[in-house]
Design a protein around this ligand. Structure first.
Ligand code: DGY
Length: 321
């Protein structure tokens, strides 16, 4: 029997590519060359499925231009804001993602951002590297104490809940907003807020853990930042476009906000250059899911979805909205 033909947009971990080559007629990207939507459309000629990821912007015109042989898009990511799902549905395409397997890794990075931003890990490390550390000084520079502070979590899905569980070990009191309140048994004693605004008002630290949707894009802006307590910290492991850069940079420059820890950025990797020059930012390059174990698990999860689809079974992780 002939194997399904796949177009794979990025170089994947070796064990994932080995399984791909064993079970599929897979067109791989050995050089990991970044492709634009039109390269992808061309590469999909005579292919049955597309294995894409967060760097592939598949907007409506690109989806409409995909060859009719393509029947499924499996994204190697939990987020799917890079795919126009409505356009994919309109073409009858199945879309799948990789939820669950990157929860722990991403929550770990959120804690790293909280600690890094609160304790000045960015400027501290820079002092060592730039040889500007003169001596231990009682008066500073100083960071922010975590125990007893309130951590606001915007988006209490799997990752938000995993952040809450970890943060409690640091003595943080958890508050959250979610479209739907969690059952009390799953709330981990966190305080629910019906509106984002009510959450912002009590968030000494605000962790963004919601998906990027039309409702959440730009939700962190000058107005909402002004609701945070003075000297608050913002951390973002979700998507860059949830934050308006001008507003965040202004709040960090003026000292209204104490610090920010960021792993994701609008337009990444071309981030707003002002972030680099601010002393109170702790910056990582979208490392949320970047562990060997997690990237393997993401690849295997994407493959489980493709396997099920081509076997005529229900896919485990359909994207429905
Ligand atoms: C995802 O899967 O959406 C993440 O952003 C990748 O780290």
């Amino acid at each position: 029997m002939s194997r399904p033909r796949l177009f794979v947009t990025r170089k994947l971990p070796p064990d994932v590519e080995a399984r791909l080559e064993r079970d599929y007629d897979a067109c791989l990207n050995a050089d990991d060359r970044l492709m634009d939507a039109w390269d992808i459309v061309k590469g999909c000629k005579d292919r049955d499925g597309l294995l894409a990821t967060v760097t592939d912007r598949l907007d409506a015109p690109a989806i409409e231009a995909l060859p009719s042989s393509i029947r499924i898009i499996a994204t190697f990511s939990v987020g799917y804001d890079h795919i126009d799902i409505k356009a994919a549905k309109a073409r009858g395409l199945t879309v799948t993602n990789t939820p669950g397997v990157l929860t722990d890794a991403t929550a770990d990075i959120a804690l790293l951002l909280i600690l890094g931003a609160a304790r000045g890990a960015g400027w501290g490390e820079a002092m060592i590297r730039q040889k500007s550390w003169k001596n231990w000084a009682p008066s500073g520079p100083l960071g922010i104490h975590l125990s007893g502070k309130r951590l606001g979590i915007l988006g209490m899905g799997r990752i938000g809940q995993a952040v809450a569980a970890r943060a409690q070990a640091f003595g943080l009191k958890i508050h959250y907003h979610n479209r739907q309140r969690l059952p009390v048994s799953e709330e981990q004693d966190a305080v629910y807020h019906e509106t984002p605004e009510s959450l912002f008002a009590v968030s000494d630290i605000l962790s963004i853990n919601c998906a990027s949707t039309p409702e959440t894009r730009g939700i962190i802006n000058a107005r909402t930042l002004s609701l945070l307590p003075k000297d608050a910290i913002l951390v973002n492991t979700a998507r860059g476009d949830i934050v308006e850069d001008d507003a965040l940079i202004e709040a960090l420059s003026s000292g209204r906000l104490a610090a920010a820890g960021l792993d994701v950025y609008a337009g990444e990797p071309d981030i707003d250059p002002r972030y680099r020059t601010l002393p109170n930012t702790f910056l990582l390059p979208h490392l949320g899911s970047a562990t060997h174990e997690t990237r393997n698990a993401m690849g295997f999860c994407a493959l489980d979805n493709l396997d099920a689809f081509f076997a005529g079974k229900r896919v485990p992780n359909p994207v429905t909205a």
